[in-house]
Unconditional design. Structure first.
Length: 71
């Protein structure tokens, strides 16, 4: 895990340190989602839909719990 301290500017901007930008392949124009989780702020890359192709490849119907009918 890499860690760096950053300062929030008067315009509420931060600079992502070069080491993290390079290791995460963050370039000008990259999209990030900011998420608050348990008092922590996390920056997550926004990936194109094609990046998720095949993630459920080995999932079968029995792996998904069914909910009782709601009607």
């Amino acid at each position: 895990m890499k860690s760096s301290t950053v300062t929030v500017s008067s315009k509420y901007q931060i600079v992502i340190p070069a080491e993290l930008r390079e290791s995460m392949h963050i370039r000008p124009g990259s999209k990030l989602t900011m998420v608050e989780m348990g008092g922590q702020v996390r920056l997550l890359p926004v990936l194109p839909a094609s990046a998720y192709r095949g993630i459920a490849r080995n999932l079968s119907n029995t792996d998904i719990p069914s909910e009782p009918e709601r009607f």
